[in-house]
Design a protein around this ligand. Sequence first.
Ligand code: ADP
Ligand code: MG
Length: 493
Amino acid sequence: MIEDTRTVDQSRLISGATGDWEVIIGLEVHAQVTSDAKLFSGASTAFGAEPNANVSLVDAAMPGMLPVINRFCVEQAVKTGLGLKAKINHRSVFDRKNYFYPDLPQGYQISQYKQPVVGEGHILLDMPNGEVVKVGIERLHLEQDAGKSLHDQHPTMSYVDLNRSGVALMEIVSKPDMRSADEAKAYVGKLRTILRYLGTCDGDMEKGNLRADVNVSVRRPGEPFGTRCEIKNVNSIRFMGQAIEYEARRQIGILEDGGSIDQETRLFDARKGETRSMRSKEEAHDYRYFPDPDLLPLEVEEAWITEIKASLPELPDEKKQRFMSDYGLNAYDAGVLVADRDMADYFEAVAKGRDSKLAVNWVTGDLAAHANARNTGVLELGISADHLGELIDLIQDGTISGKIAKDVLAIMVEEGGSPKAIVEQRGLVQVTDISALEAIIDQVIAANPGQVEQVKTKPKTIGWFVGQVMKQSGGKANPQAVNELLKTKLGVE
Ligand code: ADP
Ligand code: MG
C-alpha cells in the first residue's frame, strides 16, 4: 500500500475542462556508481573505450564464471544511502531478474528485489519560492547494467558492445510524493547534487550515467491515487519536465472524456515532445526473480556503516544551514550556492575575512550575469576567488566605487588580470581629493543657475547635482564626498 504523505496544494493543480486535477509523480533513478571496476568483476568501467575492450569472462557470462562482489561498490551504495538519510539494511539479497535480450549475455540481470541494501529515506527540495518540499525515498538497490546493441554499424547485422555489461548501478526509487514537473525537476537536480557531493555518481546525464523512469498519474484533489504510466529512460531534466506535462495532459484528456488509464510503459519522443506507448501491463515481463545461488546474502556490519558515516563530507542541506547561520545568507542565496560544491567552496574563499553580503552579491549577481551572458558557469569564467576578493577589498577601502568595480570586473572577465593592476593601469582610482572634486562642482554650479535656484526650495533635487558631478568625473568621484561638498556649497541641509 502506497502512503499519501502530502496535502493538496492548490497552486500546483492543473485545470482541465471539467475542473482541477492533481499530478502525482514518483521517480526511479538509475545512477551509475563511481567505481574503477564493475559490480561483480575486475573489468574497467572507463567511458569511451573501444567496443568490448572492457569485458571480463564474468561480464561475457562464460560458462562456469562466478561473480564476486566489489566491496567498493557496496561502500558507495551505503554512502549514498546515508546521504539520503536512509536506513541501511544489515542484510540484503541479490536476485536474478530473468529476461532475454541480445545485450544481456547471462540471460538475467543480477539485481536486488525484495531485500535492498538501503531502505527508506528522504530528499529535501529547495523550491525557487523558498518552500522546502520533502520527498520520501522508498529504497536504493544495487544492480548490474546491461550491454548495448549497435544497430548502425552494418547494413544487415546488429553488433553488441558489452563494455557496460556488469557496471554497477544504484536504482533509487522515490515515493509518489511529487506534485508537479517543477518538483520532479528539483528532485533530480537535488539528487544529482547529493551524489556529486558524495562522489558516488558523477551525475552526467549526457553519458547516461544518471537516467530516470518517470511514473505519472492524475487524480481529482482528495481522491485516491489513479493508475500510473511509466515513462522509460528519460535522460535530461528538461525532457523530463516536458514528458510529465505532456503525459499529465494526455491522461486528463482521457479521463475527462470518460475513459480510463491503462497502466503501461511509455517512451518520450523528444523531437515531437510527446510520449507514446511501448508496452501495456499485459505485455509486462514476468522476471521470475529468485535469489542468485552464486552469491551469498550481502552482510553490512554496523561498524562499517559507522566508519562510512564518519567519512561523509558536509552535505548540501547542512552546508545551506551553515551558510545561513554563519554568513547571514537568505535561504534562496544559500540554496543557489550549495547546489554546486565547487561554487560553495568558491563563495567561502571569497567571503573569508570579508563582508559576506558583498561576497554573495558579487558571486550570485554580477559574476553569475557574466556567466549567463556567455552561456557558461561562474567557475568557468576563470576569475579566481583571490581576484574577486581583491575587487571587493578595493570597494571596501574606498579605492573604487561599486560602479567602477562593475567595469573592472567586466575587464577581468574579458582580458584577465588582477583588479589592482587594472585600476592602477587605467587610472580608475576614486577621486576623494577635495580640490579636484571642488573644481568639478564649482563648474557644474556655475553652469546651472536655474537648478541652483530650485535646490533652495526643493533640497531633494541635490541628487541631480551629484549625478552631474559623477558624470563629469567619469564615475570616479567618491559619491559620499561629492554629496558632502555639494551640501555645503549649495547651503542645503
Ligand atoms: P513497481 O515495482 O511496479 O515498479 P512501485 O510500487 O515500486 O512499482 O513504484 C514504482 C514507482 O512508481 C515509484 O517511484 C512510485 O513512487 C511510483 N508510483 C507508484 N504509484 C504511483 C502513482 N499512482 N502515481 C505516480 N507514481 C506512482
Ligand atoms: Mg519499477
